[in-house]
Ligand binder design. Structure first.
Ligand code: ADP
Length: 474
């Protein structure tokens, strides 16, 4: 089976969120179980790993808006499997990866060029695996091409929803300009009077998946469907949930190069050194008895930062530490800055994106907070489990699927979760965590329960292969 994976971001080349972790790790895991797969992603100004590239194709001609355009493709295996990076400076050499009015066009171009590249590479893929709105264009293009270009006749598309909230909307008038001239193509995009790349992917792809079972259910309900729940309900026979894996080559306290000391479930001594290191990083006084609460997050409403704002004072009042790493909405950024000014001996804040610090926090913290409004899968709670850091989460999406409440009597469970989006419910769990933290044996039991879990990509990759087979009718 030959699989081409398209993603707007992928570790280690580029990353703004969990999509990059998935797109970096899945092809490697597929390769490890013998699937012939390759990844295609744009080459941004920010793309890392230059030393591992070479030019694979320097004359990738495509027609764009009626004119010929010459792109390039680099080749790299920096993520552990074959990757092609589409180089088109006009579209991708910008100060940031997303956030431009013409993002829809940048990614439509990426899709169009990626399909030209696939064809240039030779034998047709059985599956083109698309991810989020940035790749919805390709599903329509393939659905269309299939009828008149024999190269694509037997290729099937799988579209994975990593976050339904981002839809890639734009004016329908642009469709024609970008080569989607037929009614067949336009119908896939049309949504409430404009064009949606996400809707196109959901409508034109042969099979759909999302990144947890629970999220797969939630997005079929009107309150979480962003106006597309009807389409997802219509296609529910072709929609399955596969929980993301963790790349334990990258997220593993036994080998993590960012940590001052290493540890595993049999000996957690190294975690204490990591806690000390973390407190030093934030220039906080060293008191190892007090718990460290942490968040690492895009600072957006999705992540429930509002609830954190409501409970932060209470956390500080218990004497605990609180560290935050993130960037996003300025009101949230300002809040964390003010919290730091209010309690400089207990609060550490890093505004921005910092991969190394994210690892140090996972290792050095005791309790990780994820009170999300919605969470398709969530990765940090799974990283926390492996690092012996106890997650407190809201029971939504992948958080609900991966975290079970700890039971002090039976010693089962790996964290704490609450249902309603309410500060008092969140606080109950925070106090329960602080209480359990003081019972060393219970805490250790809970840490070990989490650290022993196997959320590896190998499991998830096998499920993707089953999904590909289902899509191909095998
Ligand atoms: P989402 O994709 O919605 O942002 P996920 O939990 O699925 O949420 O994935 C977030 C990923 O991004 C994790 O790998 C997390 O460690 C990382 N991350 C988020 N914010 C930062 C930051 N400020 N610095 C470093 N890593 C971050």
């Amino acid at each position: 089976m030959r699989v081409a994976i398209l993603s707007a971001e992928a570790v280690p080349y580029s990353k703004t969120g969990g999509l990059a972790d998935v797109a970096g790790a899945l092809p490697k895991a597929l390769k490890q179980i013998g699937i012939d797969s390759f990844l295609i992603t744009p080459c941004y100004l920010q793309t890392k790993g230059e030393h591992l590239w070479h030019v694979a194709i320097d004359d990738l001609w495509v027609e764009w808006r009626g004119k010929p355009y010459k792109a390039k493709a680099f080749y790299s295996e920096a993520n552990g499997s074959p990757t092609f990076l589409i180089d088109a400076p006009e579209f991708f050499h910008r100060d940031s990866i997303y956030g431009y009015n013409e993002d829809y066009e940048r990614f439509a171009f990426f899709n169009h060029t990626a399909l030209a590249l696939i064809k240039r590479l030779g034998s047709p893929p059985d599956i083109v695996h698309l991810n989020d709105w940035h790749t919805g264009f390709a599903s329509v293009e393939i659905a269309h091409l299939r009828y008149w270009d024999s190269y694509w006749r037997n290729t099937r598309t799988v579209f994975s929803i990593h976050n339904l909230a981002y839809q890639g909307g734009f004016g329908s008038g642009e469709l024609w300009q970008m080569g989607f001239g037929s009614e067949f193509e336009q119908n896939h995009f049309t949504f409430n009077g404009y064009a949606s790349a996400l809707k196109a992917g959901l409508s034109a792809s042969d099979m759909l998946s999302t990144v947890s079972n629970r999220y797969g259910y939630e997005i079929q309900q009107s309150e979480n469907g962003y106006g597309l729940d009807w389409l997802l309900r219509m296609r529910s026979d072709n929609l399955i949930g596969i929980t993301n894996g963790v790349d334990y080559d990258v997220w593993n306290p036994e080998t993590d190069e960012n940590l001052r000391a290493h540890y595993n479930y049999q000996n957690l001594d190294g975690k204490i050194d990591c806690k000390k290191d973390l407190l030093e990083q934030f220039m906080l006084p060293i008191d190892l008895e007090r718990p460290v609460f942490a968040i690492i997050s895009r600072l957006t409403a999705q992540k429930g930062i509002e609830l954190i704002q409501q409970v932060a004072g209470e956390i500080i009042n218990t004497g605990a530490y609180f560290v935050a790493l993130g960037s996003g909405d300025s009101s949230y950024e300002n809040f964390f800055q003010q919290l730091r000014d209010y309690a400089p001996n207990q609060v550490g804040v890093f505004k921005g994106y910092n991969e190394d610090l994210a690892h140090k926090i996972e290792a050095g913290a005791d309790i990780f907070l994820m009170p999300s409004r919605f969470e398709p899968c969530g990765l940090n709670q799974m990283y926390s489990l492996r690092y012996g850091t106890i997650p407190i989460v809201r029971a939504v999406g992948g958080l609900d699927d991966t975290i079970q409440n700890f039971d002090r009597v039976t010693g089962t469970g790996n964290g704490f979760k609450f249902q309603e989006f309410q500060a008092d419910k969140f606080l109950e769990k925070i106090y329960e965590a602080i209480f359990t933290y003081a019972e060393k044996d219970s805490w250790r039991r809970m840490q070990i329960n989490g650290m022993l879990e196997d959320n590896s990509w190998q499991n998830a990759a096998r499920k993707y292969v089953a999904l590909y087979n289902l899509t191909l009718g095998n």
